[in-house]
Design a binder for this molecule. Sequence first.
Ligand SMILES: [Zn+2]
Length: 170
Amino acid sequence: MAAAAEFIKGNEPYAAQFGDKKSLVISPRKCVAIVTCMDGRLDPAAHLGLKEGDAAVIRNAGGLVSEALRSLIISQRLLGTREVAVFHHTDCGMLHFNTPQLRNIVKDAAPGDADIAARIDAIDFHEFSDVEESIKKDVEWLKEQPLIPEDIAITGWVYEVETGKVRQVV
Ligand SMILES: [Zn+2]
């Protein structure tokens, strides 16, 4: 709870300068959904120049589109987004482990527990070994996804944790 205990204090300056943001609406102003990694070094609003209300931002480990599909459907069909920008990033944690290793970590923490073993063996963590290839693969997956309308514009990007720069891959 050490981090959570600091939230109230951390929120004070933000709330004090909240201004008229209560007038923002639920649908993103720029009609864009961003899929990106949960990595704490990434601040999509800051590095893309976005403000509150501009975009739907969907985050998970790696910024994987398959895991973001549920949220993308909501953002497109109910919130009116017409564009998806997928971001993966350099030095992503997804480059530094593989599914068997992570399964073993979980199993080793619960020795002899067959239920835990079965549950973790059912999860593929979709690690990747090349960030450019993974972004191309994810954009391709989205373009071929029947639940994503044909006219949704899809782009793929890499964010560099070393420089703070973004570059478009596809
Ligand atoms: Zn990452």
